[in-house]
Ligand binder design. Structure first.
Ligand SMILES: *[C@@H]1O[C@H](CO)[C@@H](O)[C@H](O)[C@H]1NC(C)=O
Ligand SMILES: *[C@@H]1O[C@H](CO)[C@@H](O)[C@H](O)[C@H]1NC(C)=O
Ligand SMILES: *[C@@H]1O[C@H](CO)[C@@H](O)[C@H](O)[C@H]1NC(C)=O
Ligand SMILES: *[C@@H]1O[C@H](CO)[C@@H](O)[C@H](O)[C@H]1NC(C)=O
Ligand SMILES: *[C@@H]1O[C@H](CO)[C@@H](O)[C@H](O)[C@H]1NC(C)=O
Ligand SMILES: *[C@@H]1O[C@H](CO)[C@@H](O)[C@H](O)[C@H]1NC(C)=O
Ligand SMILES: [Zn+2]
Length: 427
């Protein structure tokens, strides 16, 4: 009896220290894993639920980085979301392994430690826990579990810019939309699993009616770069053959609408309504492969997963101030030539804009302030820091006149001059 108990204790202990296994984790196990990580790494992680699925399962997110529990000025937020189609299960496990890898690298691996000092990573292993609970283990083709608990396809459920989406917004979708209002995400991936290709906005265009065509966004160059970062670091995606049934996709990437148009997709919503550069990564040909295949998937995806995250540090970032060095919230920041969907400054006055190396002009505006145009350059391998000060319209200032100086400050200048003159004469 005592021996048996001892064995049970040992079994329990060995389970506590074992590295993350290559098995699928159901909702209870996933929750336990995230709790364990957040307890073991309290300084660099924070676990929270952004809402509930239609069948009342928590939509868990773990935040990783030195900014997980406190605000670090100008650390960009990047997010990874998987398993939106509940039957497409590989991404879910890849993200658990990524979490494991990031927290264990902190303090050891210099590159990743520096990355976690300067970046806040938000990981949501499942957006559709109800669908996953219904999906068939080991079945490569079954669509059971693709939709949420009441049969809505979540990747057709977001407001659409090009055509009115009449489908009722589901709790899972609403949770994501609210989350994006709380955090300014800069970069993102939606992980799927029904092909082997990186796809990027737009997914739709006016009156697409199912016809495939390249729908280019103003940031097409950046989206292509992001997609290529994933595919080129992936030994088989880069070949562009996908699953030998769709494509070929040159270099393993495609514009979303060129593959097939989608109404109500999550990636266009991110880019158009939330100022976040999201791509959709199809990382497996089999929807729900058996567990023994997971180590191979991890090997093929891990470099891509990390390289893509690091792309959040390119382009330009900065703070927007008024003349008293107060940060300005909600200022519009656009780059000339790509101003269709500008970003807004955060509650801390921060902005980020991903750009490839080159010369650009930034335009910053806010009602009640003079707009500012500033030229800048972006060089490879670093992010340009550019803070901007906006001057209030009608405000009295002593700033040197640039021709557009408000009349009031000139008047004030003469009044002060006259008073000084008079006071000198009185003495
Ligand atoms: C908890 O995390 C540690 C460190 O990552 C790991 O060794 C251990 O196996 C985990 N335990 C569970 C129950 O997941
Ligand atoms: C997950 O699996 C464990 C057994 O490994 C089981 O006890 C638990 O009820 C399962 N949870 C769900 C949500 O299926
Ligand atoms: C640190 O992590 C990066 C990214 O995963 C990897 O490329 C590099 O080889 C690691 N460095 C060491 C010394 O292990
Ligand atoms: C996968 O599921 C489909 C039903 O959706 C079924 O017809 C097929 O036999 C299943 N395949 C396997 C290998 O279980
Ligand atoms: C789309 O279709 C509507 C209604 O048929 C039409 O009014 C509109 O002009 C079309 N837009 C474009 C860009 O083709
Ligand atoms: C595509 O076909 C090639 C050649 O027959 C094969 O080696 C490869 O495994 C196939 N890829 C997939 C994803 O099925
Ligand atoms: Zn899918």
């Amino acid at each position: 009896m005592i021996i048996l108990l001892g064995c049970l204790v040992l079994l329990e202990l060995s389970r506590m220290v074992a590295p993350l296994d290559f098995n699928y984790h159901n909702h209870t196990e996933l929750e336990q894993f995230l709790k364990n990580i957040s307890q073991q790494y309290p300084d660099i992680t924070r676990m929270h639920s952004i809402g509930k699925s239609v069948k009342d399962a928590d939509l868990w997110v773990i935040v990783i980085g030195e900014g997980a529990n406190k605000h670090v000025t100008l650390n960009p937020n990047v997010k990874y979301v998987a398993n939106m189609h509940g039957n497409e299960a590989v991404g879910r496990e890849m993200l658990l392994h990524l979490i494991d890898n990031l927290v264990k690298s902190y303090g050891g691996n210099t590159t990743l430690t520096n990355f976690l000092k300067t970046t806040t990573v938000h990981i949501m292993p499942t957006m559709n826990p109800d669908g996953f609970a219904d999906a068939s283990y080991g079945n490569c083709t079954s669509k059971t579990g693709r939709n949420n608990g009441v049969s809505y396809d979540l990747n057709r459920n977001f407001p659409d810019y090009w055509v009115e989406n009449k489908v009722p917004i589901q709790p899972e979708t609403r949770a994501i939309m609210n989350w994006m209002k709380e955090e300014q995400f800069v970069l993102s991936i939606n992980f799927q699993g029904s092909a082997l290709v990186a796809t990027y906005p737009f997914d739709n265009y006016p009156n697409a009616s199912g016809v495939s065509a390249y729908a280019s966004s103003p940031d097409d160059d950046v989206f292509r770069h992001l997609s290529l970062t994933y595919s080129k670091n992936h030994p088989t995606m880069r070949l562009g053959n996908s699953c030998n049934d769709s494509g070929p996709f040159k270099d393993g990437i495609t514009n979303g609408a060129l593959w097939y148009p989608v109404t109500g997709g999550m990636q266009d919503y991110n880019y158009i309504y939330a100022g976040c550069m999201e791509t959709t990564l199809e990382i497996s040909c089999c929807f729900y492969p058996t567990s023994d295949e997971l180590p191979g998937y991890w090997e093929r995806n891990k470099n891509s997963l990390i390289s893509y995250l690091m792309q959040v540090h390119m382009g330009v970032k900065g703070l927007v101030f008024d003349e008293n060095r107060n940060t300005l919230v909600g200022a519009t920041v656009a780059v000339k030539g790509r101003e269709q969907f500008p970003v807004k400054t955060t509650e801390y006055g921060e902005y980020w804009k991903l750009l490839l190396p080159g010369k650009y002009v930034l335009q910053v505006s806010l009602p009640g302030y003079y707009s500012v145009y500033k030229s800048f350059s972006v060089v490879s391998g670093t992010v340009t820091r550019m803070d901007v000060t906006l001057r209030e319209i009608g405000q009295v200032t002593y700033v040197k006149s640039t021709g557009s100086e408000p009349v009031s400050s000139l008047i004030l200048f003469w009044v002060v001059f006259l008073l000084a003159f008079l006071s000198v004469h009185e003495q």
